[in-house]
Design a protein around this ligand. Structure first.
Ligand code: NAP
Ligand code: GLV
Length: 312
């Protein structure tokens, strides 16, 4: 069996070693420009389009991340060059949910206990106790109820925050208020102290974090974007922060990555930037998940690929 690893910007060595250890009978190689040789499985992340060229024997493409937006975009842009005929799979949690939970709890505790404001005060040498936000009144809205959003919502609820969850299709989650569909968005966001986004990037979700939503949140609310940069209308966010409607935003993802050096987000006093690290693809967990799926498929089980038309 041939496994082809096509990824850019990340150290391949650990991935190759883990794949060889998990699939000892497979020939595992790293994609190089010009490689259009046979492969049974292609493992892809942010590599150039030619790595997705039609190739003999291909059974599936694995996306080495949760979001398939970049892969779908490259497939749309290169219909002639890439394979559309095999199942497309993505990482499901694979160690990411725990990281998202950590990021979410950090933000909720930081903003609810007002450590962000104390940090600002400390820079000026100001000793000023502030009125705390009560846990039970610090409503957090989580956009996205999937592999990552749901564990985040549950962890926040376990911490005592009133939690709302927003998804495309209706669902029931004990102890959590649920909302679904575009008509429910404003009700979902109304009065929320913190909104945390874990949606996928699709035509329906782009620009979802806009003035429409910021204007109905609690005065001085917080926005945490861990989904994709495309979800935020940047001008609306800047206006909401500058006017005081929102207190602060923690942003991990951006329209353009890396965030350009002259982008106003870098120097904005109420924006916290992290470089797309809220949940990294963990080598061991990811390889274990992929190897298990390959083993099941090789034993005769069909692969459950995602529907590219749904967009996530
Ligand atoms: P997932 O399991 O596919 O869950 C996606 C959730 O979004 C589902 O609950 C889905 O609703 C909901 N959704 C999709 N379209 C919607 C719409 N139009 N309106 C309302 N809800 C909608 O995805 P996941 O594994 O949790 O990952 C979510 C996203 O996190 C990824 O796509 C990626 O963009 C981002 N991410 C970021 C990082 C990072 O480091 N910053 C790391 C990993 C992932 P249904 O339940 O009704 O289907
Ligand atoms: C990272 O952003 C991912 O989608 O896994």
């Amino acid at each position: 069996m041939d496994i082809l690893l096509a990824m850019s910007g990340i150290d391949h060595g650990r991935w190759l070693a883990a794949l060889r250890a998990a699939l000892p009978s497979a020939r595992v190689r790293s994609w190089q420009p010009g490689d259009d040789g046979p492969a049974d499985y292609l493992l892809y992340w942010m590599a150039p389009a030619p790595s997705l060229a039609e190739r003999p024997g291909l059974k599936a493409v694995f996306n080495l991340g949760a979001g398939v937006d970049a892969l779908l975009a490259i497939m749309r842009a290169h219909p002639e060059a890439v394979t559309h005929r095999v199942p497309l799979l993505r990482l499901e949690d694979a160690g990411m949910a725990r990281q998202m939970v950590e990021y979410a709890l950090y933000c909720a505790l930081r903003y609810q206990r007002r450590f962000d404001a104390y940090e600002e005060q400390a820079r000026e040498g100001v000793w000023q106790p502030l009125e705390p936000h009560r846990t039970e009144a610090f409503t957090v809205g989580v956009l996205g109820a999937g592999q990552l959003g749901l564990p985040v919502a549950r962890a926040l609820a376990a911490q005592g925050y009133p939690v709302r969850l927003y998804s495309r299709t209706p669902r029931t989650v004990p102890g959590i208020e649920t909302h679904a569909g575009p008509d429910a968005l404003i009700r979902f966001a109304s009065g929320a102290r913190m909104l945390l986004n874990l949606l996928p990037d699709t035509p329906a979700t782009r620009g979802i974090l806009s003035a429409r939503v910021f204007d109905v949140m609690a005065e001085g609310g917080h926005v945490v974007n861990l989904g994709r940069g495309s979800h935020v209308v940047e001008a609306d966010l800047l206006r909401a922060l500058d006017s005081g409607r929102l207190s602060r935003a923690a942003l991990d993802v951006f329209h353009q990555e890396p965030l350009p050096p002259d982008h106003p987000f870098w120097r904005h006093p109420r924006i916290e930037v992290t470089p797309h690290v809220s949940a990294l693809s963990m080598v061991e967990e990811s390889v274990a998940q992929i190897a298990a799926r390959i083993a099941r498929h090789e034993a005769g089980e069909p692969l459950q690929g995602l529907d590219p038309r749904r967009g996530y």
